[in-house]
Design a protein around this ligand. Sequence first.
Ligand code: M6R
Length: 609
Amino acid sequence: MCGIVGYVGSRKALPILINGLKRLEYRGYDSAGLALLQDDGLLISKSVGKIKHLEDALGDRSNSQASHGIAHTRWATHGEPNYVNAHPHTDNNCEIALVHNGIIENYRTLREYLVRQGYIIKTDTDTEILAHLIHFSYQGDLVEAVRGALTQVEGAYGIAVVSSLHPDLIVAARKGSPLVIGQGVDENFVASDVSAMLEHTNRVVYLDDDEIAAVTPNTFEITHIDRTRRDPQVEEISWTLDMIEKEGFDHFMLKEIHEQPTTIRNAIRGRLNFEEGIARLNGLNLQYDELRTISRIIITACGTSWHSALIGKYLIEEIARVPVEVEYASEFRYRSPIVDSQTVLFAISQSGETADTLAAMREAKKHGATVLGIVNAVGSTIARESHGGVYIHAGPEIGVASTKAFTSQVMVLTLIANLLGRMRNWSVAQGREMIEAVEAIPAQIESILANEDAIKAIADAYHQATNFLYLGRGINFPVALEGALKLKEISYIHAEGYPAAEMKHGPIALIDENMPVVVIALKDPVYDKVMSNIAEVRARNGRVIAIATEGDTEIADRVNEVIYIPHTHRLLTPCLAVIPLQLLSYHIAVMRDCSVDQPRNLAKSVTVE
Ligand code: M6R
């Protein structure tokens, strides 16, 4: 969603801010803007659309020598995406400029109040109110003015504020919307996401909720909104610049699909005990005794992470025989769920910042549950607020459509299920069989990726279809959901995922010669049933693209297209079956000339409800 970057130091701020914004483009946005602190006051520039338009809009001003400024990419919530509503917003004297991620919920009341005080409101945004509120509270100290304003605000915010009255100072504050300070030498940075500053520093301090930071070129002072001070711990993040670049691939999504052998290796590294047939997951912070006595698990997540949660349910219930409920985080948080101190809740999130998942997790914590995170972004809010958890170590995922995070989440859930199972009823032999199969997965993914040209040819044959159906059974039903989500996200083709046997209870009405049906038809205990479902589709002239197990020679004659994946442990098939579906979606989207990495209307990290 929206992105923030701020710089205060001795270099020219403009190129640093523009590059920072470009690094944040992947989060999704519709307009952009910046404020630079010049000797003669604030220079504000904004534009609708891409960062390139912002650069063009700067014109002669692009050689600004300012060494201090803030910038923003906006994903519209209040007010349409236009020039006026783009950030930064200023007070009426244009002395204070502010960028904001999040939503000010009581902005209408504050707006009326400010109008009564004589302020002129120029935009439809909730954010502008904050700029006036800070001005209203200002008595010579910008930090105190921000503090005063924030005490009146309800909602979520990550903000960066500058003022022409305070050269060399950025005031940053956070509640519910991430902000991180980057420490340089004689310069400091503020951003909503470390990728905006990674080419300058990997030394960071994450702000916590209700904290305000006063950032100057050589210092940053962090205080709670109640004025208590915190001694900031600087952390060194291990992400490198090449991780956030395309490295020769046409799109981040394609790069990330191809990274999966590596990211799965990273997810399992040091976590497999072959002798005992058990996974080592120390980050859970639970003793073996505690693992043995877990009687109920809830997994909550959104989108693709919710699909991996569904696979987690199959894995944990089958291997460990512990009941698992999977809930959309957005539903869980509002439906008075039954949670107590005996409940273990896993929150799955690539970004670690999804507002609904975070709220669901906090709700569960309030009721005494043990809350564990399965998260990619190190240091993110969900990771920091969990009692324990497992990082998936997929590295930065820039493509809005999640790919490598999904397979790593599924792999981590596999390890969790193995651990719980081995604590209970699974034998060493069963554990070993799975652990050995896990180790083979990265090379098997490599072999599927090597078949990309064949998948591309199938994409070519079907890319003009207007509807797709995806079918799978058992542990591969969520893979069908994920395949359909990938296609609709990036190619805008309507696609639905269904349990294969459910097709005849409704969706079969849609099937005709124009309806491609992607079926996951692997050699497993439900193979014959799935073949019957395929026959039902073919009898209605539907065109079937099957994902099948290598060596299955009979299927080719019974479908229109077949993509083979290697044989693996029955419970590990999702990590392989999803790869051709990712490639199929990708190539269809490219052939339809869609914006693969930044699909319309979508944001990488959904930090609002
Ligand atoms: O960062 P999270 O895993 O919490 O994000 C959850 C969803 O917003 C995300 O998976 C979304 O559905 C992606 N666009 C999927 O490709």
